[in-house]
Design a binder for this molecule. Structure first.
Ligand SMILES: C[S@@+](CC[C@H](N)C(=O)[O-])C[C@H]1O[C@@H](n2cnc3c(N)ncnc32)[C@H](O)[C@@H]1O
Length: 307
């Protein structure tokens, strides 16, 4: 993500929604522990603040200091700047150490990350038992029948400037890799779609457009998509400039856990069951010597290792 200037960071703070409290409630109800949550790419703490209700400690990190300066303060949240060159080991220990985090949240941020590096760290810090990782992105906003067609025109005009990173967001995380096991709240390739209700003023909306990545990218190419002419059109369509509107952001969420390690003996038992059912009338198959050896070896191992 291009680093936001002070002015853009200010506009970002005005316009971005906080997330529905019941999202945090539902996700937190599915983590086993409630000691530590990590909000990564926290921005101004929009997700971190939703976590304090459910976790004793929230570590919130971001690569951008301008964003952190404006982050919402809370005694349970500790904010940390994590520069790009921070090593994976440093990151793991800053967040809380191996196998320590009950919930990782990447809100509106995952598509900016180097995913291999992030997932390496996430898999190390996340609790193997009962830990969850949740991510979401919002990529559309429903305002009013007058404003929405103008917004659609603006969205279409960003096409030549979209980067692969932006496309991950435009595609609503349907194409983002997410190597975790589903817990029934979306899965890799199949996020669940949710609404974020939000109250938006005209000033906040214009701020949102000005801190909007695709528009900023076009600007880098010398094209001002959100120019004065377009702003006038939006102002006219908005109606009363002091009116705060009830709007809805369309969000896409995936929650997962570390894939469970499966024991070899479970596979052998499943094989046997399958074959027994297929050949119901056939005599029950006896395990081969080799399978028996593997099973008895595994039984011994499972007593020691709690497979
Ligand atoms: C669109 S903002 C989302 C902020 C906030 N989570 C929210 O929900 O509004 C994306 C944030 O990710 C941060 N970011 C981008 N790349 C990052 C990285 N590699 N590590 C940490 N934060 C990163 C940006 O600085 C920015 O604050």
């Amino acid at each position: 993500m291009a680093t936001l200037s002070e002015k853009e960071a200010e506009a970002y703070l005005d316009a971005r929604p906080r997330y529905p409290i019941d999202w945090f409630k539902k996700i937190a109800a599915k983590t086993q522990g409630h000691n530590l949550a990590w909000d990564v790419g926290t921005g101004n703490g929009q997700a971190a603040i939703g976590l304090v209700e459910h976790y004793d400690n929230v570590v919130a990190t971001d690569i951008n200091e301008a964003q952190l300066k404006r982050a919402v303060k809370h005694s349970k949240i500790s904010y940390h700047h994590t520069p790009k060159d921070m090593s994976e080991d440093e990151m793991v220990s800053l967040v809380g150490g191996e196998n320590s985090v009950d919930l990782i949240v990447a809100a509106q941020a995952l598509h900016f990350f180097d995913l291999d590096t992030f997932y390496n760290v996430a898999k190390r810090v996340l609790r193997k038992q009962g830990g969850l990782i949740a991510t979401w992105v919002y990529n559309d906003i429903i305002i009013s029948p007058e404003v929405d067609p103008i917004m659609k025109g603006l969205v279409d005009s960003t096409l030549p400037f979209r980067t692969p990173i932006m496309n991950l967001a435009f595609e609503g995380y349907k194409t983002i890799p997410f190597p975790f096991e589903s817990i029934g709240m979306g899965s890799e390739g199949k996020p669940v779609t949710l609404d974020i209700p939000h109250k938006l003023s005209l000033k906040g909306f214009i701020g949102f457009l000005r801190s909007w990545q695709p528009a900023m990218k076009a600007k880098e190419h010398g094209v001002e998509l959100v120019d004065e002419k377009l702003i006038s059109k939006f102002e006219e369509a908005w109606g009363d400039e002091n009116q705060v509107k009830d709007v809805s952001y369309k969000a896409h969420m995936i929650v997962g856990k570390i894939p469970e390690m499966r024991c070899e003996s479970e596979d052998i038992n499943k094989d046997l069951l399958l074959q027994t059912e297929v050949g119901k009338k056939q005599e029950r198959r006896q395990p081969s010597d080799d399978e028996e050896n593997r099973q008895s070896k595994k039984q011994n191992t499972s007593e020691d290792e709690e497979c």
